[in-house]
Design a protein around this ligand. Structure first.
Ligand code: MF3
Ligand code: CO
Ligand code: CO
Length: 268
């Protein structure tokens, strides 16, 4: 039984039991679209065409894209290739053999938001990229393992940071996860680094994303003149995975699990 409804003093919404079903529906649609897009990623394909296919799938499902019209953004996905950290804008550039890319989709179903992203590869995956993608995926899962009532958001960040840095990679500080539910971005900021026991305490009924960005080089980023595209300052490769999750009495529920079991690094 979830205690009080409403918000914590940190402004984090405490959702009710029925709300989990809404999040599952939205999360499942996002996950299915991310499953189905895998076959459309190949050398010679453009990120604009991938986005067009995603737009069609959102519409065919009778859902709404959360990103079209969001702060002036015009696409149903962000597609971030190689040293692009996040918020890559789909366009005419063709993918090359060996390119790695994050595809990030947020759908709205019956008013609930489903936000998830995964890594893909065009053509052949290099050993270096495979390692980056594996470590980033596993860092997200370490963060999710830290989600249970009584733990703190700092525990999540610490789990991610210590794992990534233990593998001699760096965690991006300039972007974070976020609360979501009937809104796209709400408190708290979910940092992907931190110290154990710090930050707000996790409570049943909290919904948020965890979406670590991990770089092979240094963590610093900069945003290009288009005001969206974030890249690594040192041009090193970057990877990201994102799930939408809810805190339960026993731990965590992942809303954006892949129906086809394809939420894994390489699709090999
Ligand atoms: N889906 C992104 C996130 O994980 C947000 C993208 S906002 C956009 O929070 F406008 F760039 F699409
Ligand atoms: Co997000
Ligand atoms: Co996202």
């Amino acid at each position: 039984m979830i205690g009080r409804a409403g918000k914590t003093r940190d402004g984090i919404t405490i959702h009710q039991e029925v709300d989990y079903a809404g999040m599952h529906k939205a999360g499942a649609l996002t996950a299915r679209i991310l499953d189905e897009i895998a076959e459309h990623v190949f050398p010679g394909q453009t990120t604009g065409e991938i986005d067009r296919i995603i737009t069609d799938k959102v519409n065919e499902a009778g859902a709404t894209s959360a990103t079209i019209g969001y702060k002036g953004y015009q696409h149903a996905s962000c597609i971030s290739v190689n040293h692009v950290v996040c918020h890559g804008i789909p366009g005419d550039k063709k993918l090359k053999d060996g390119d790695i890319l994050n595809i990030d989709v947020t759908t709205i179903v019956d008013g609930w938001y489903g936000d998830s992203s995964r890594m893909y590869v065009a053509g052949k995956l290099s050993r270096k990229c495979e390692r980056l993608i594996q470590v980033t995926h596993d860092a997200l899962m370490k963060g999710i393992e830290a989600v249970k009532p009584g733990n703190t958001f700092g525990d999540i960040g610490h789990a991610i940071q210590s794992y990534a840095e233990g593998n001699r990679m760096s965690v991006v500080r300039d972007f974070c996860g976020h609360g979501l539910g009937r809104v796209f971005h709400s408190p708290p900021n979910v940092l992907h680094y931190g110290r154990p026991g710090t930050g707000p305490v996790l409570e049943e009924g909290m919904f948020f994303t965890i979406e670590p960005m991990v770089n092979l080089g240094r963590p610093e980023t900069k945003v290009l003149a288009d005001d969206w595209t974030a890249v690594t300052r040192d041009k090193s490769l970057s990877a990201q995975f994102e799930h939408s999750v809810g805190v339960t009495s026993g731990g965590v529920e992942i809303f954006t699990l892949s129906p086809a079991g394809k939420f894994h690094p390489t699709y090999a």
